[in-house]
Design a protein around this ligand. Structure first.
Ligand SMILES: N[C@@H](CCC[C@H](N)C(=O)O)C(=O)O
Length: 275
C-alpha cells in the first residue's frame, strides 16, 4: 500500500526546499526517497529537503548561541538538512531561514526562536516574512591563491570575478569543486562581483545539488565576510539570482562573530505525495 506524505514547499531567495514536519518521526528517511522527492520531474522539486523535528540533543557549547538554555533544556525544534542528491549535509543558511518561517507557521514560537542544527544552536527572529538568522562564528578566512576558503556552517570557496551576469558558474564552479584539493569532501563555490561599496552580487555552485542554485545562504555569508573584511564594514547588501539578502557581522581577530543573515522566506505550496 502507498504511504501518503504531507509536505510543504518553501523558498528563500529562490533556494527551494521540501519541508516536512517530522516531530512524530514517521518520515521513512532514505537517500533514494529524498533524492526522488527533490527531483523536479519525478517528485516535488527542491534544492534540498528539510525535516523539522523535536530537539532531543544534549546541549553542547550552548552558551555562545543561547545563554538562556541551561543544562538539558531544549531549543524550540531541530533542523535536519539533506541536499537534493539525498545525502544529509552541513548547515544550510537559506534552509535555516525557511525552517524558521515553517516553525512560525506551525505556531512553534511567536517572534523569536532558538533551534538546533548540525553546526549547533541558532537564534532567529521573524517579522513580516523577513527572517533574520544568527550564523555560527567564523574562526578564520583562509587563502587559496587570490581566492578565499572558510566554513560558515558549510565549506565555501569565494572567488571575485568581473561581469558575473555572463560568467559560466556551472563550468567554473564544477571545476573547482572537483579539483584535487576539494573533490573528496566537496566545497560550495561562490563567484562575487562588487556592485558598489555597499552591495555585492553572488552566484553559487552548490555541492550536493551539483549545479548553480538561485541563492545560497552560507555562501552569501562567506562572500559578504570577505567583502566586509576588505572594506572594514559591519554589513553588506547581497544580490543573488533569486532576490536580495543582507549580512551583518563583527570582526573578531582573524574571523567574525555576531553574524546574521537576513532576508525573505515563504511557503510556496503544500500537498501530499504518495510514495
Ligand atoms: N543552500 C545552502 C547550502 C546547503 C549546503 C550545501 N549544499 C553543502 O552541502 O555544503 C545554504 O543556503 O546555505
Amino acid at each position: 500500500m502507498n504511504k501518503q506524505i504531507k509536505f510543504y514547499k518553501y523558498q528563500g531567495t529562490g533556494n527551494d526546499f521540501v519541508m516536512i514536519d517530522n516531530r512524530d518521526l514517521e518520515f521513512p528517511q532514505s537517500t533514494e526517497l529524498i533524492e526522488k522527492l527533490c527531483d523536479r520531474r519525478f517528485g516535488i522539486g527542491g534544492d534540498g529537503l528539510i525535516l523539522l523535528e523535536n530537539d532531543d540533543s544534549p546541549r553542547q557549547n550552548a552558551d555562545d548561541f543561547a545563554p538562556t538554555l541551561k543544562g538539558d533544556e531544549k531549543s524550540d525544534f531541530k533542523m535536519v538538512y539533506f541536499n537534493s542528491d539525498g545525502n544529509e549535509s552541513t548547515m544550510c543558511g537559506n534552509g535555516g531561514r525557511c525552517i524558521v518561517a515553517f516553525a512560525h507557521f506551525l505556531d512553534i514560537f511567536e517572534d523569536q526562536t532558538t533551534f538546533d542544527a548540525i553546526d549547533g544552536l541558532h537564534r532567529a527572529e521573524i517579522k513580516n516574512g523577513i527572517v533574520k538568522l544568527k550564523m555560527i562564528d567564523v574562526i578564520d578566512i583562509n587563502n587559496d591563491g587570490e581566492d578565499f576558503v572558510m566554513n560558515t556552517g558549510s565549506p565555501h570557496y569565494v572567488k571575485y570575478v568581473e561581469m558575473l551576469n555572463n560568467y559560466n558558474v556551472f563550468k567554473n564552479g564544477n571545476e573547482i569543486r572537483n579539483s584535487p584539493t576539494y573533490k573528496a569532501e566537496g566545497i560550495n563555490v561562490n563567484f562575487v562581483e562588487a556592485l558598489s561599496d555597499k552591495e555585492i552580487f553572488v552566484r553559487t555552485y552548490e555541492r550536493g545539488v551539483e549545479d548553480e542554485t538561485y541563492s545560497c545562504g552560507t555562501g552569501v555569508t562567506a562572500s559578504a565576510l570577505t567583502f566586509m573584511d576588505k572594506n572594514n564594514q559591519t554589513s553588506v547588501a547581497v544580490k543573488v539570482l533569486g532576490g536580495k539578502l543582507k549580512v551583518y557581522a563583527e570582526k573578531n581577530g582573524a574571523g567574525f562573530n555576531n553574524i546574521w543573515l537576513e532576508g525573505p522566506a515563504s511557503q510556496v505550496f503544500s500537498g501530499t505525495i504518495s510514495i
